[in-house]
Ligand binder design. Structure first.
Ligand SMILES: Cc1ncc(COP(=O)(O)O)c(C=O)c1O
Length: 373
């Protein structure tokens, strides 16, 4: 089995053997294969968290985190407007009300708006490290502590990103991650939670397996939960990728450097750089656009085969998503403008240098033809 085209043959063989063993055991539901448990131990060690809970997706991780802290109907949860639908959907799944927070012009969380929207009903903040850029978690956790709020980090795009040397997803009460393909650490589908809170971890484990497991103050089978378990073969894939996590990160860094270096002098494009406290996982190269109608430019690139967040996936602020229209979410004009002006190119481990060079040529050509502001 080939996990990716770039990994060493010995590693591939090992992962293939483990996967074959997991598949042989699968027909027997009583055979505890232990791959998920092993993955959880590995995750906790690699990220320096006391507990890791593996589950079926990043959305499941967010839902489990919110539910695990008892957030539900009548509660408000602060969420950046600049995020994907899944962050907001997870809040809605609990019955709580999402309250959107605007961004600064450079797509950081707007702390004035955050403070203005915090009410007596607010229970939690979900900072989103979009494109692997860490939020200012120091300021955020201080704010949350003063206001008595939980911090549930949406680090789904940010495995391996750090702030002041510390991995994002380990600052708040819980960090939530996705392992969908395309993420730096991937297993096809999947997710995980990191936390130092042992009681929360036990509640999360129970919630993700129909309440079959006991949780503090809650005997096994006394409450409903969900089937949010990670399938064992996916745990094998995740473990194999976690063992070469540094290489996967280094590969993204190299790919991002290659693409952004080739685009540095192109009119209308300016690579976005990490701040001095930040280490990005380089989920994808980020470029600031000073071209006319930047959203249309991103769409044009998508038509030319350059996958990007705005042009290909329609990334916009959550209040503008048709699927959330009935919730009348707060407009976030500054976040909208900054998303429009940000070209986030989709890069993954399968891209060769030659493909990246070809992508840079297409982007350059299109930018040269496009009117500037
Ligand atoms: C920022 C963010 N939050 C949440 C999710 C949800 O993760 P999943 O697709 O694994 O449910 C994603 C997935 O792409 C994401 O990028």
């Amino acid at each position: 089995m080939t996990l990716t085209s770039t990994e060493p043959a010995a590693h591939r063989q090992d992962a293939a053997d483990q996967l074959a063993a997991a598949l042989r055991r699968m027909p027997d539901p009583t055979a505890a294969a232990g791959h998920t448990r092993r993955l959880e131990e590995q995750l906790a060690t690699v990220f320096g968290a006391r507990h890791a809970v593996a589950l079926s997706s990043g959305t499941a991780a967010l839902h489990t985190a919110l539910a695990g802290y008892g957030i539900g109907p009548g509660d408000e949860v602060l969420v950046p407007g600049a995020t994907v639908v899944m962050t907001v959907a997870a809040v809605l799944m609990t019955g709580a009300t999402p309250v959107l927070v605007d961004s600064t012009p450079v797509l950081d969380l707007d702390f004035d708006d955050l403070a203005a929207k915090t009410t007596s009903r607010t229970r939690a903040i979900v900072p989103v490290h979009l494109a692997g850029r860490p939020c200012d978690l120091t300021r955020l956790t201080e704010f949350a502590a003063r206001a008595g709020l939980r911090v549930i980090e949406d680090a789904c795009q940010a495995q391996g990103s750090r702030l002041d040397g510390r991995p994002v997803g380990t600052f708040g009460d819980v960090g939530c991650f996705s392992m969908k393909d395309g993420k730096v650490l991937w297993s096809g589908e999947g997710g995980y939670i990191l936390t130092d809170d042992a009681e929360f971890a036990a509640r999360a484990r129970s919630f993700t397996t129909h309440g079959f497991l006991p949780a503090p103050g809650r005997p096994a089978g006394s409450r409903l939960g969900h089937n949010y378990r990670l399938a064992e073969p996916l745990a094998v894939i995740a473990s194999a990728n976690l063992e070469r996590f540094d290489d996967l990160l280094e590969q993204r860094h190299r790919q991002t450097r290659l693409l952004t270096d080739l685009l540095t002098d192109v009119r209308g494009l300016r690579p976005v750089q990490a701040g001095p406290r930040e280490q990005w996982n380089h989920y994808g190269p980020l470029l600031r656009l000073t071209l006319a109608r930047p959203r249309d430019f991103c769409r044009r690139l998508a038509e030319q085969g350059i996958a990007n967040s705005v042009g290909t996936y329609g990334l916009t602020t959550a209040d503008r998503l048709p699927s959330l229209a009935e919730h009348s979410l707060q407009p976030c004009p500054t976040a909208l403008r900054s998303l429009d002006e940000t070209l986030a190119v989709v890069v993954h481990g399968g891209h060769s240098d030659e493909q990246l060079r070809a992508m840079a040529r297409t982007i350059t050509q299109e930018a040269r033809r496009w009117p500037s502001t």
